[in-house]
Write a protein that binds this ligand. Structure first.
Ligand SMILES: *[C@@H]1O[C@H](CO)[C@@H](O)[C@H](O)[C@H]1NC(C)=O
Length: 89
């Protein structure tokens, strides 16, 4: 059976390029989520919880276990007067 050796170079290029792109995308997404996998298909409740976590900790993916809220938490919320598109990744 003849082997198309000449096809192996572009095949290797494609595998390498897709692998590099995927790995960089994975690393970028994780860097934006403090090393955690990104969240998908978030509903309004989950977005509100991430907004609260951001007010509590400074980052939407961070969490804390102290029962006392930090200074200024009670005044840091926003009353939205128009529809806001939550867009945390
Ligand atoms: C992304 O990176 C993490 C941690 O390095 C790894 O566990 C995970 O399998 C990777 N995901 C993909 C799709 O490569």
């Amino acid at each position: 059976m003849p082997v198309p050796w000449e096809a192996l170079i572009p095949f290797g290029l494609l595998v390498t390029m897709f692998g590099t792109g995927g790995t960089l995308l994975n690393a970028s997404k994780r860097a934006q989520n403090q090393g955690k996998p990104p969240r998908y298909h978030l509903d309004a409740w989950e977005n509100m919880m991430m907004e609260r976590d951001k007010r509590l900790t400074g980052h939407p993916r961070a969490q804390r276990d102290e029962p006392i809220a930090p200074e200024g938490f009670e005044t840091s919320s926003v009353w939205y007067t128009e529809k806001v598109s939550y867009h945390y990744k």
